[in-house]
Unconditional design. Structure first.
Length: 193
C-alpha cells in the first residue's frame, strides 16, 4: 500500500495515540516520521488474500499464526509498520496484543508507488528485527516473487520464484505455490479479463 508523509515529527506516544484513535486510516511510524497508508488495487488485495489464505491452511495446527495488514508490528522502538501479511510463531504475539514484536515471516505485495521503498528502506528496517527470518515480495504487475532469507546477522540471500515454482519457506518448514498465490490475478496484458 502506498505511504504518504503526514507529519514532520512526532513521539512514539503521540503516534500510538493517533493510530489508536484513527478508525478509517492506518499510519506507519519510522524514526519519528508518520506515514499514512493508502489503498491498493484489486490485484494487490487478491494477492494478499491468496497468500494469507494459503499460509493459514499450511500453518493450521502449528504454533504459528498468520496476520493481515490490520496487525501492526514493532520492529524497533521508533519503528511501527503494517506489512500486508506477517507470520509469528511466538506465543507472546497472540491473544489481545495490539502490536506484534516477533514476526518470523513478513510479506509485502508490491505496488508501483511502494516497490522502491519495500525493496530498499523498508527491507533495511526489517533486517534489524532479530526474529525475522524470511521477507517475501510479491509483484502485483507480473508473476514474480522475491524471497529473502536470513543467512546470518548481516547476510540475506535472494530466492526469486516464478510460474510453476514452489516458494520454499524454511523458517516454517512449508512451501507455497506461486501459481496459487497468483490465482484470479489479471495483468494489463491479459485478454481474458
Amino acid at each position: 500500500m502506498a505511504t504518504q508523509p503526514v507529519y514532520t515529527r512526532m513521539s512514539v506516544e503521540e503516534y500510538l495515540a493517533l493510530d489508536h484513535e484513527s478508525r478509517d486510516v492506518r499510519y506507519e511510524f519510522i524514526d519519528g516520521l508518520v506515514y499514512m497508508l493508502a489503498g491498493g488495487t484489486a490485484n494487490h488485495s487478491t494477492l494478499a488474500i491468496n497468500a494469507g489464505s494459503l499460509l493459514r491452511v499450511l500453518l493450521r495446527g502449528s504454533a504459528c499464526r498468520v496476520y493481515s495488514s490490520d496487525m501492526k508490528i514493532c520492529i524497533a522502538e521508533q519503528r511501527y509498520v503494517y506489512p500486508d501479511l506477517s507470520v509469528s510463531c511466538d506465543p507472546r504475539d497472540r491473544g489481545t496484543v495490539t502490536v506484534l514484536q516477533y514476526p518470523r515471516v513478513i510479506v509485502e505485495v508490491l505496488s508501483q508507488s511502494t516497490e522502491a521503498f519495500d525493496r530498499g528502506q523498508k527491507f533495511e528496517l526489517y533486517r534489524t528485527c532479530p526474529s525475522l527470518q524470511e521477507y517475501i515480495l510479491i509483484d502485483s504487475k507480473r508473476c514474480a516473487v522475491d524471497m529473502y532469507r536470513r543467512a546470518s546477522e548481516k547476510l540475506w540471500t535472494l530466492y526469486p520464484y516464478s510460474t510453476g515454482e514452489q516458494i520454499q519457506l524454511y523458517s516454517l518448514d512449508k512451501s507455497l505455490s506461486v501459481d496459487e498465490v497468483y490465482e484470479n490475478v489479471f495483468f494489463a496484458h491479459n485478454t481474458s479479463e
